[in-house]
Design a binder for this molecule. Sequence first.
Ligand SMILES: Nc1ncnc2c1ncn2[C@@H]1O[C@H](COP(=O)(O)OP(=O)(O)OP(=O)(O)O)[C@@H](O)[C@H]1O
Length: 639
Amino acid sequence: MVARLTGVGEARRAERFFADQGPVVAVLVALSVVGSVAVAAGPFLLRYLVDVSLPRGHVRDLAWPIGLLGALLVFESAVLSARMALIARLGGVVSVRIRQTVNTHLQRLPFSFFPRSQPGEVMTVMTNDVLAAQNAISATVQAVICRVADIAVGTVVVFVLDWRLSLAVMVFAPATLLMVRSGRRRLAELSRHQRELDGVLMARLADTASVSGALHVRLFDRVDHEREWFDAAGAELITASRDQARLTSRVRFLVNLGIVATMTVVVALGAWLVSSERTTLGTVAALGGALLVSFGPLSSAIDLRTELAGAGAAFRRIFALLDVPEDEIRARFDTSPDASPDRSARRDTAGAVRAPALTTPRPAAPGGRGDHRGAGGSGRGEELGLGVDLALEDVWFGYDRAGAGGGAGGAAGAGWDLSGVTLRVAAGTTTAVVGASGAGKTTVAYLASGMHRPQRGSVRLDGVSLDDIAPSRLHAQVGVVPQDPHLFHDTIAANLRYGRLDATDDELLAALDAASLSALVERLPDGLETRVGARGYRLSGGERQRLAIARVLVQSPRVLVLDEATSALDTVSEAAVRAALDRLAVGRTCLVIAHRLSTVIDADRIYVLDRGRVAQHGTHHDLLAAGGPYAKLYRPTAV
Ligand SMILES: Nc1ncnc2c1ncn2[C@@H]1O[C@H](COP(=O)(O)OP(=O)(O)OP(=O)(O)O)[C@@H](O)[C@H]1O
């Protein structure tokens, strides 16, 4: 229904968002029929009033038809407001459904989607496009259910009143209807343009109004530049909406012209029929009333057309987002009820391989209750130093190949950011990855934590490929402290519980203590319940990093991936972060991405990356003694 009206094939898919709203639609249909029938009685009463009551000239003969007419109008108004309330409810349900579906889909997307997407793009879909879709669905339901009833009943009434006059209407009305169709393509084009501009505007706003965006706008004194950019884009948007309004009003004028022409013909023909006593004055008056009931919906069809043209572009964007393929591995292990009807990655539970046994006990969280996920042994104070080993085996990865289906094709070195990397971190040991900027160190961290999947080769935990481990299980085992840890705009406690939802306050305090943050939290007025501000900007850089470390302490994983960013900190902060990291690393399998060589001297093994390849590996002393890339990298820092 929506598809045909919008002229957008994808809109058919939107019908699923209100597929279970059958009862509401049924009540709407019933109300519409009742309302239209009530209105249909109006013209007959009018005819009686003009042809019978008025000539008699008695007040009592006028009173009851007028009273009944008034009562009918009141009844029709009540039906109309009930109808509007139901349509609003339907629209509300639909918009929430669309948002839920998009959100479910977003959470199931692979991480690689996000660095590629424009900031604010998703928000525009969630706000503007969902609103346009909601309005279109409400307008369509209104048009299709309610107005069809009005037009159908109106047409019958017109025929019953006088078939000759209604024939005149039948000749002119289709021409009026055709006018509604005029300018449809141009209107759709303008709507699409307007929506695109809107999207660009919102995306820029999301970028410049984010904490770091706002900081950089001010640091580079680009306040006027941003304002001018926004004003120029706004002016373009105004032009687009003015063009749209102009086109809509032109179509509306043509339609009104058609209605006036029809009415004129009806009045002229009616006058002739009355004067030649072939019909009564009351019939012509009643017919005029009935036509108003039928033509009213016709002229508002123009607004519907505008609404739907905009919705076509909105649906296209919503479904473009829903068509981004989900993370196949997550889909394979997902056992939740399928909330998204648009899942493109099929679930293949039969193909799901069991996760590794991972039976070795893992280190307990500081002051914590050990392994809470039943993935092996548990308990405070259990033997540390045991864990799982982590290995990258002949891993090939290219960002520009990600999402393109990977594949084995492509010559070595062409478009690969990692080429044939093999790297092992024995259980309970620390392995460091070093290399020049852009060598691929952070990419190794992404692969080791399953954020990106290699196109060739494999990443293994205890010999089991990450592809065969359910994401929930994998992320319980592998903790990551990224280069720029994200804190959510929530309390310290909530941020820490991102590590483990059921952690007790005591466990949180113990983790904060291990990260040397106890003093800070004690100083804060609301303690654990203090909000850290957008992205944690109410904390210092070092405090943010230590809070991120404490979060991973709460998570208490067996494998740790640390993408160090201590170079951004002053010496005191760095020492505090380093101490927290050391405490976090005890007894765990650690992969340290080192941006400063001074931090890796004690690592059990060091891998030197050079343009995505392993150039050397060994201990600090072996590598120094061997000369080569490591010695070259180390020397400048050893001064
Ligand atoms: N999201 C991305 N999309 C495309 N290319 C990327 C992306 N992220 C990184 N790269 C590219 O991959 C290569 C390796 O990047 P990576 O971030 O792993 O380097 P790094 O060794 O960690 O560098 P640094 O020490 O400067 O952080 C670089 O050439 C980089 O430009």
